[in-house]
Write a protein that binds this ligand. Structure first.
Ligand code: ADP
Ligand code: G6P
Length: 489
């Protein structure tokens, strides 16, 4: 097996994630089209090119019939993807329920859904049962495709029960698990009824990875306080068996973005955008329409800025591109209406017959349009209330080598630890502070912008998705040997 440049692949890698890099749309009984999925996990893993990777996951669609399943399996095989078919009930209980209504908000310190606490508590057991069932379905597909020597890399909060399922079947399998969200303080994790089962299962992996040192530390504390295991500088130890736990900060394929800026369609988009917003400074938000992204808070901060700075009212525009996500979960539906209402109110208040201060789009942009937007932006606003890393901030920096725009970045995004010195860090809950940071960004001298940009550009181009994956997998290879040695002592 060879890579595109003719060099051999290093190793076979089975990447297991709930979401495949492509989502399927049915066009006929046995015909499918595939669209790229949005999200940081997909973006990062698409940058991994050294390995002969096969991707095992859900194609985002219910396919009850055999004809459809066969045709989709064939279409996905061309993209090196292997589907796990989940029926509607499992998706409802496992994906919408346990993953996105319980684990996701909890891991981002948002607690359980506000109006729904009791209902969520009641349905907890059945949703956790569905979660375990779904994880076992992923394990069955991995077992079917696993060959000796493969490395199995499980991803994210959807699959915390997977390492145990895999190791029960084959103790020699090299299994890594990586979390793309924050891991919260152990005081938060201990409120989960299934807290111990999930920790024990993750510890069945040979290597457990997080974006930041803090998340790894929280995980180790949870294991010591909840399970009574020992935390060591290397990880978590229980009766002589060590599970290595470490931080592996993710990156992006920065070269892909930098090269794209030279492409004719991107140049064309840039020209259009410059004409359209000529005479105005462009501020940009690009997010999945998720409560963790702090979109309402961001827009309210922008309103405060306009209130306090009449001079800027017709000289600045905020483009908020928010791709809808997890639309079957009620919290997400409420968020969509809330954002629409706030945007409408502010545009009514500060807009004119010919211009509005906020352009809000509820959709995904293609790669070329996205690169062009990043390139023409003067100020990017990333105001996540919590975020595992946030790759949008990295993508913005990669596209800014000509313009040297300013990044306003939440201190609660993992990226604050890597891009903090170049960005303006803010507490996204403090609207007054974010409004002041907008003013600071728009008035910043070219010299200071250049200095801040250079810091971040250097980081983004030298800490890539490629390097992240290589480091994780190479450590996983070593760790398995270490773990065996320790057990046999
Ligand atoms: P998350 O993992 O929570 O989605 P990240 O910022 O890490 O957050 O990653 C989001 C990814 O999804 C980025 O690669 C970004 O380009 C992409 N994305 C987000 N919103 C959009 C959008 N509206 N259109 C196109 N791509 C988007
Ligand atoms: C985050 C999660 C990913 C997830 C993505 C998109 O990045 O860490 O696991 O794939 O959001 O969310 P979705 O629910 O559409 O897969």
């Amino acid at each position: 097996c060879e890579r595109q440049d003719g060099r051999p692949f290093r190793q076979r890698l089975l990447v297991v994630a709930n979401r495949l890099p492509v989502s399927a749309v049915r066009r006929g009984e046995d015909s499918w089209s595939l669209e790229i999925s949005a999200g940081g996990l997909v973006t990062a893993l698409l940058g991994v090119k050294e390995f002969e990777a096969r991707w095992i996951g859900w194609a985002g669609v219910n396919v009850p019939d055999e004809i459809g399943q066969k045709a989709l399996t064939k279409a996905l095989a061309e993209k090196r993807c292997i589907p796990v078919f989940l029926d509607e009930e499992i998706v409802h209980q496992y994906y919408n329920g346990y993953c996105n209504n319980i684990l996701w908000p909890l891991f981002h310190y948002l607690g359980l859904p506000q109006e729904d606490r009791l209902a969520t508590t009641r349905s907890f057991q059945s949703q956790f049962a569905a979660y375990k069932k779904a994880n076992q379905m992923f394990a069955d597909v991995v077992n079917m495709h696993y060959e000796e020597g493969d490395v199995v890399w499980c991803h994210d909060y959807h699959l915390m029960y997977l390492p145990e399922c895999l190791k029960k079947h084959n103790t020699n399998m090299k299994v890594g698990w990586f979390l793309h969200t924050p891991f919260p303080s152990s005081e938060i994790h201990r409120t989960l009824p299934s807290r111990s089962e999930l920790l024990r299962s993750v510890l069945a992996a040979d290597l457990v990875g997080f974006h930041t040192y803090d998340y790894a530390r929280h995980f180790v504390s949870a294991c010591t306080r909840i399970l009574g295991f020992e935390g060591t500088p290397e990880g978590v130890e229980d009766q002589g068996r060590l599970t290595r736990v470490a931080a592996f900060p993710i990156g992006i394929d920065s070269e892909r973005f930098i090269r794209a800026l030279e492409l004719p369609p991107v140049q064309e988009h840039i020209k259009d955008l410059k004409e359209r917003f000529s005479g105005r400074k462009v501020m940009l938000g690009v997010d999945r329409l998720d409560m963790i992204k702090g979109i309402p808070q961001k827009i309210l901060a922008f309103e405060k800025f306009l209130e306090e700075n009449p001079y800027w009212r017709d000289k600045v525009v905020l483009l908020q591109i928010a791709v809808p996500t997890r639309t079957d979960v009620p919290e997400y539906q409420k968020l969509t209406s809330q954002v629409h209402e706030i945007v409408g109110r502010i545009n009514g208040r500060f807009g004119s017959l010919t211009a509005v201060p906020i352009h809000h789009l509820d959709r995904s942009l293609d790669f070329h349009a996205l690169c062009a937007l990043y390139a023409v932006t003067d100020v990017a606003l990333v105001t996540s209330l919590r975020d595992g890393m946030n790759l949008v901030s990295y993508e913005f920096v990669a596209c800014q080598d000509a313009k040297k725009g300013v990044l306003i970045l939440s201190e609660f995004a993992g990226a604050a630890q890597s891009l903090g010195a170049g960005a303006i860090l803010v507490n996204p809950w403090n609207i007054t502070e974010v409004a002041a940071s907008i003013s600071q960004a728009l008035n910043m001298s070219a010299e200071e912008r250049e200095k801040r940009h250079q810091h971040n550009f250097h980081h983004v181009t030298s800490h890539t998705a490629q390097e992240w994956a290589e480091t994780f997998v190479s450590e996983l290879n070593d760790t398995v040997v270490e773990a065996k040695l320790r057990t046999s002592k």
